[in-house]
Design a protein around this ligand. Structure first.
Ligand code: ACM
Length: 767
């Protein structure tokens, strides 16, 4: 099949024939992410080297874009270009604002590569910047440095959606200004344009407000459960000064990114109420929360409180030029309002008959204030409750897509950011070395497959869909290494969903373009997750235990990488044997495996599995399924603010129960468990009743081992040590009655549910 010119749709057809990354296509589209709307390959290309001038028009925006490109290229390709202003030289890279540029859509651009040079022209500054990002990707097709031969091509490109967003929660965990700039850089490199900054929550108030200094003096700091012990800080927190925020806003604007600040209300207000209890409901001063989840502290509905919020919003609007101001509105359980005579009296006076309607009234009042100041209110989909939403309010749909559908039918604009598909705090894979996060798995492919526009909307209603956003809640992303791991490479999938025409979305094509992007990450020292390509080394444990021989299967999540392996403990390279089919080994053996792109560049670090009797009987706790599998499950860091990415524990917050898989038990006489005690810092609100409480025979509960099912016979019961007088990590040992053949085990902690949470680091069966 010949396919020139290579329109994007044609590229899809072509790539549809590709079985995998292993078979190199005859014509590979350039490794651009997101894929341009239209791309036509031409015969003759252009070589860019250090002598190639960058010619720009006289506008300062063009100069800025040129220097951004030149700086990025120097850092990532070691290619140092220089700017020439005005006079057209040839051959050259030409950046030009041009009212006649062929792409009329906002943010769009044209890019032509011919033997005479490379020309980017656009009708607006953002479009020119987007074109420069595309050119940078064309100039970084691989890991090499220096000159690049760019294939001839004509690109006509524009964004699918106006809102291409990423939300960062800086309240649960705090990121430095430098870290936030790193994230903004990556957003820019993916043509994302909206950074939603979650700045206030129960666990911290992060934005300096001059008029209310207690918000940050008190509200920015919390005392963790293990404060001052085991390396934990005495207090956790921080905030952004107004100068820092101005710098971040300018940094973003220079990358054509708008920052939408979020001040959450009427719930998620505990840090604010800790600072100024008079604006809370009960008059009491809570601590800044250390509990993840849904805390009960709301703002009250007095006029003074609205004056406070208006004053806060005044300073927020002064700092953030964004048209939209996000006012949260999510997860405000109404218990405090229900219990408060003052709130009930106000409701009566207003003729409001439910607390949901009161929330509607609250949000509408804030909406009017923003409106008077030329801004627009956006909030989470709970702002639809109470049926009082101002017509021009925008709804961010997070509880699935129902909120978006309801809002669009009512004529509101909407942004799609539903859990779990676009909640990047869900883990990306299920290997033992995956970082902390929420369970289950939301893979790279899940993000790529996300359908932004709900099918039930008509074409007219669909126009209300402004775009799409991924959310990074940071309860379980305590460091920036965690944040980067959660974001990348899922941000690539998001960018393509947000930017490229749906007809060009094509998973095999996307995967074929990803290895080059991994090299760009590597060049910028980004902590990209390799879980999509990491090799899972699997075997039938029981056959191996029974026979001393094993059949080894190697797979990666996306199923396309070239997997190479060794059996002698050495690091696999592309020169090592390539995996095609399951192979047999005799125990003991150490299998190491890694995955590679066609050009031999690594896609995932090597993973290792020792196959011998002892190792087959010893399993990391975070690979043991929680029971039941459907509850509120987490891969939990050992302390709320842990500095390292490992260890990680698989926990069902509602039910401390895990399954040891069916195992050949002949010769097993004992169990050894590396156990850990974790803070139970979860505010579960009305779901607290779902936490399973179990009888226990000793003061601090036991780890009980059942045979086969969780209601099966008890094989062992290991009392837990006194939490007040024992280390966080401890071991438990018990004899097991002799068993023959294959049996599973169910491991249940019976510790009182008003005390700490327990998890399993590793469970080992021994002779
Ligand atoms: C949310 O996840 N509470 C918006």
């Amino acid at each position: 099949m010949t396919c020139r010119p290579l329109l994007a749709v044609c590229a899809c057809l072509l790539l549809g024939l590709l079985p995998s990354l292993r078979a190199a296509p005859a014509v590979v589209p350039p490794a651009l992410i997101p894929l341009p709307a239209k791309l036509t390959l031409a015969d003759a290309g252009f070589r860019v080297d250090a002598r190639t001038p960058v010619v720009i028009d006289h506008s300062s925006a063009t100069r800025h874009t040129a220097s951004y490109l030149i700086d990025l290229l120097a850092r990532t390709r070691g290619l140092h270009l220089r700017v020439t202003s005005g006079k057209l030289e040839s051959p050259a890279i030409v950046l030009q604002r041009d009212p006649q540029a062929p792409v009329a859509q906002a943010g769009g651009y044209a890019l032509d590569v011919t033997p005479q040079g490379i020309r980017i022209h656009a009708r607006d500054d953002a479009g020119l910047f987007h074109g420069a990002i595309t050119l940078w990707q064309l100039l970084t097709p691989d890991a090499r440095t220096g000159a690049v031969d760019v294939p001839g091509m004509h690109i006509r490109d524009w964004p699918r959606f106006a809102w291409r967003g990423l939300m960062l929660d800086s309240a649960r965990h705090f990121q430095s200004v430098a870290e936030i700039k790193t994230l903004l850089d990556q957003m820019a490199q993916h043509k994302l344009n909206t950074f939603h900054w979650h700045l206030t929550d129960d666990q911290g108030w992060r934005i300096q407000i001059r008029r209310y200094p207690e918000l940050t003096r008190i509200g920015a700091w919390r005392t963790p459960p293990d404060a001052g012990h085991d390396g934990e800080p005495k207090r956790y927190g921080g905030f952004y000064t107004q100068d820092e925020i101005r710098a971040v806003v300018a940094y973003a604007a220079a990358r054509y990114i708008t920052i939408v600040p979020e001040i959450d209300m009427p719930g998620h207000a505990q840090a604010a109420v800790a600072a100024y209890p008079q604006f809370g409901v009960t008059g009491q001063r809570p601590a800044v929360s250390v509990d993840w989840g849904i805390n009960p502290w709301l703002y009250n509905v007095d006029d003074d409180t609205f004056t406070f919020i208006d004053h806060v919003l005044d300073e927020v609007m002064e700092l953030f030029p964004s048209k939209y101001i996000h006012v949260g509105g999510d997860e405000a359980i109404k218990d405090q309002w229900q219990a408060s005579p003052a709130v009930q009296a106000k409701m009566h006076a207003l003729g409001i008959t439910s607390e949901d309607a009161l929330q509607g009234w609250f949000i509408a009042r804030i909406g009017r204030y923003l409106d008077q100041h030329g801004r627009k209110l956006i909030g989470w989909d709970e702002i639809l409750e109470g049926d009082n939403l101002p017509a021009d309010a925008t709804v961010m749909s997070w509880r699935g897509t129902d909120g978006a559908i309801k809002a669009a039918l009512l004529g509101h604009d909407v942004v799609m950011s539903p859990a779990p598909a676009l909640y990047f705090d869900f883990v990306q894979g299920d290997l033992a070395d995956e970082y902390s996060g929420r369970l289950g798995v939301e893979s790279l492919k899940d993000v790529y497959a996300f359908q932004v526009v709900p099918g039930v909307l008509s074409a007219t209603q669909a126009k209300h869909v402004l775009g799409v956003q991924a959310n990074l809640w940071t309860e379980h992303l305590p460091t920036f290494a965690h944040v980067e791991h959660a974001v990348f490479p899922r941000l690539d999938a998001l960018s393509e969903v947000a930017w490229s025409p749906p007809a060009t979305n094509h998973w095999p094509s996307f995967l074929a373009r990803l290895p080059a992007q991994f090299e760009r990450y590597r060049a910028q020292h980004v902590n990209v997750a390799d879980g999509a390509f990491a090799v899972d080394i699997a075997t039938d444990r029981n056959l191996a235990l029974a026979t001393g021989k094993a059949t080894v299967t190697l797979t990666d999540q996306v199923g396309v990488a070239a997997i190479h392996y060794t059996l002698d403990g050495s690091a696999p390279t592309p020169a090592a044997p390539r995996y095609d089919l399951p192979f047999n080994v005799t125990l003991p053996v150490t299998v190491r495996a890694a995955s590679f792109a066609d050009d031999g560049s690594p896609l995932a670090a090597s993973r290792e599995r020792v196959l011998d009797r002892a190792a087959l009987l010893s399993l990391p706790g975070n690979t043991l399924p929680n029971c039941p599998a459907s509850d509120f499950r987490l891969r939990l860091q050992p302390t709320p603010d842990a500095k390292s990415t490992q260890p990680v524990y698989a926990v069902n917050v509602f039910n401390t129960c895990q399954l040891f898989p069916v195992t050949w038990m002949d010769g097993v006489t004992a169990i050894h468990v590396d156990a850990v005690r974790l803070p139970r810092n979860f505010a579960l609100a009305h779901e607290q009743k779902l936490v399973v409480s179990r009888p226990h025979a000793t003061p601090f509960g036991e780890l009980v081992v059942h045979a086969d099912q969780c209601d099966g016979p008890v094989l062992a019961s290991m009392p837990l040590p006194d939490p007040a007088h024992s280390a966080r990590n401890f071991t438990l040992d018990a004899r097991l009655p002799a068993q023959q053949g294959e049996h599973g085990l169910c491991l249940i902690y019976t510790a009182p549910i008003d005390g700490p949470l327990y998890a399993i680091g590793r469970a080992t069966l021994t002779p």
